[in-house]
Design a protein around this ligand. Structure first.
Ligand SMILES: *Cc1c(COP(=O)(O)O)cnc(C)c1O
Length: 400
């Protein structure tokens, strides 16, 4: 097929040409004397992206899921109680992992399309007078439903109740795209992956760890081997790893961080806000509904869009790919067949967003969902023309 694939799933995302070139290097000796010159600055440069000064950031060769496992096994003991809200497929999978690891999970089932329920968390944590709950989990950006939750709010609940549980946050589809303030929000473990905001191939699990979490490692009894923070700490000190690092990806990470810094993190977050808003305006012009139930939960990295009753969203996704070489995100689990997703994160510019909207509009009509021709495109175009990065800072939503 001539032309290129239009990749608008919420990860993996487009790899910038610069990052691809940076990875086009021969494999090298990871014990060579000058390797730490490449590795050590990365640990420092990841910190502002996670929003921490005093924490550490570890780079594991794994996907984001491995980052979850690292976070849990290093800091908890068998039978420890964990609180997590099930708000979509990714929060569900994290709950399932905790159960497999031998943790006792109190799962709060929520309607998909809503965010982490702060009131419910407050109620459960207030009742936990003996502090049996050791871990409070929150999925910052639920990629299945396009919902961003208020992590600062979770921290406030813990602080109000003086509850000592560690706070674990899945930032796989937010970190590097939506502002993340690990330190200010008192996040103890923050998990990211390489193939979303970092614009890299899959293969790195990147985990931010607070000093309080490092302290907790000392008493944590869950079995861990490959993902041991202690091994990482010892080796990272000098710029090394406890096993062969994914050096190719690490060169890519260097370049993707360079790109994020050149644009400026505040501008990166503002750009994601604007692209999210452009897609949301298109959805409104189509008279379709987002899965996210309230504007306060709208995600700047992925929009999950409901198809009208009687239509199958899997057909929309398959037709988009087969007819127009446009990759949209499938509906997952509970919302399979009911929603499709437009990922708007990573290496994107305005005209790429407009093309995704244009393609989606054509697909919807082909599938019998008779949105007004051009309505979504016009709404996105006019919003993008009239909004300027400096005038919009949607990422600030959660900061007060
Ligand atoms: C993609 C994603 C994951 C899973 O990461 P993998 O890299 O596929 O292991 C976890 N959580 C969220 C929120 C995600 O978007």
């Amino acid at each position: 097929m001539p032309g290129r694939n239009f990749l608008f799933i919420p990860g993996p995302t487009n790899i910038p040409e610069r990052v691809r070139r940076a990875m086009d290097v021969p494999l090298e000796d990871h014990r060579r004397i000058d390797c730490p010159q490449t590795v050590l600055p990365l640990f420092e440069d990841l910190k502002p992206i996670f929003g921490t000064k005093t924490g550490r950031v570890f780079i594991f060769p794994s996907s984001g899921t491995g980052g979850w496992e690292a976070a849990m096994t290093n800091t908890l003991s068998p039978g420890d109680k964990v609180l997590q809200a099930r708000i979509g497929q990714f929060s569900h999978l994290w709950i399932e992992m905790c159960r497999r690891l031998g943790l006792e999970v109190e799962a709060v089932d929520c309607e998909w399309g809503t965010g982490v329920p702060l009131d419910k968390y407050r109620e459960i944590l207030a009742a936990d007078k003996q502090h049996k709950i050791k871990a409070v989990l929150a999925t910052h950006n639920e990629t299945a439903t396009g919902v961003t939750s208020d992590i600062h709010g979770v921290r406030k609940v813990l602080d109000d109740l003086k509850h000592p549980a560690l706070l674990y946050v899945d930032g796989v589809s937010s970190i590097g795209c939506i502002e993340f303030r690990m330190e200010e929000w008192g996040v103890d473990l923050a998990v990211a992956g390489s193939q979303k905001g970092f614009m890299l191939p899959t293969g790195l699990g990147i985990v931010g760890v607070s000093q309080k979490a490092l302290e907790a490692c000392k008493n944590a009894q869950l079995r861990r081997a490959y993902f041991d923070f202690g091994d990482m700490l010892r080796m990272n000190e000098g710029g090394w790893f406890p096993y062969t690092p994914a050096m190719t990806l690490i060169h890519g990470l260097r370049e993707s961080i360079n790109m994020l810094f050149e644009e400026g993190l505040a501008n990166v977050y503002a750009r994601h806000y604007r692209f999210g808003e452009a897609v949301r305006r298109a959805v409104a012009a189509w008279k379709l509904k987002l899965c996210a139930k309230d504007p306060k939960w709208y995600s700047n990295t992925v929009s999950t869009i409901c198809v009208p009753d009687g239509f199958d969203s899997a057909q929309v996704v398959n037709h988009a790919y087969q007819r127009y070489n446009l990759s949209l995100g499938m509906g997952l689990a509970q919302v399979a067949g009911k929603v499709f997703r437009i990922g708007h994160l990573g290496d994107l510019n305005e005209l790429m967003i407009v093309s995704a909207v244009a393609g989606t509009e054509m697909v919807l009509r082909d599938c019998g969902i008779m949105v007004e021709p051009g309505a979504g495109v016009a709404a996105a175009q006019e919003y993008l023309r009239g909004s300027f990065p400096a005038a919009t800072m949607g990422g600030k939503r959660w900061l007060s």
